[in-house]
Design a protein around this ligand. Sequence first.
Ligand SMILES: [Zn+2]
Length: 127
Amino acid sequence: MHEDVVSPLDERLEALQTKVGVGQSLARDRNEQDKNSRPSSRFAEYGCECAAKACEQLVLLTLEDYEGVRRVPTRFVVARGHVDSRVEVVVRETSRYQVVEKFGVAAEVARRLDPELLSRRLREIGS
Ligand SMILES: [Zn+2]
């Protein structure tokens, strides 16, 4: 018979991944809100979207690059070295920033809190 036992270690990791996922989604929301007020110059400053709440590091990337990251709800742009390997893997890197992709619970949280997905869903409900 199969027993569904969650070990304390799994629970701790899940709690951590949830916390990290929420923090990064908040950082993403801030960048999304700033988007419209940006100059149309090639490079723009974005707030690092790493899990550290107090992180105020800025990363330079083009709007095109930023939109590319945003197309995948579980991807975030962070300053180099601001990667938490417990909850994410680096999928792309340049000399200025790294793009990370969440896995596990952090990915679930990021997907649930994705502003574009949410508004799409709301539009679907409204139509
Ligand atoms: Zn950071």
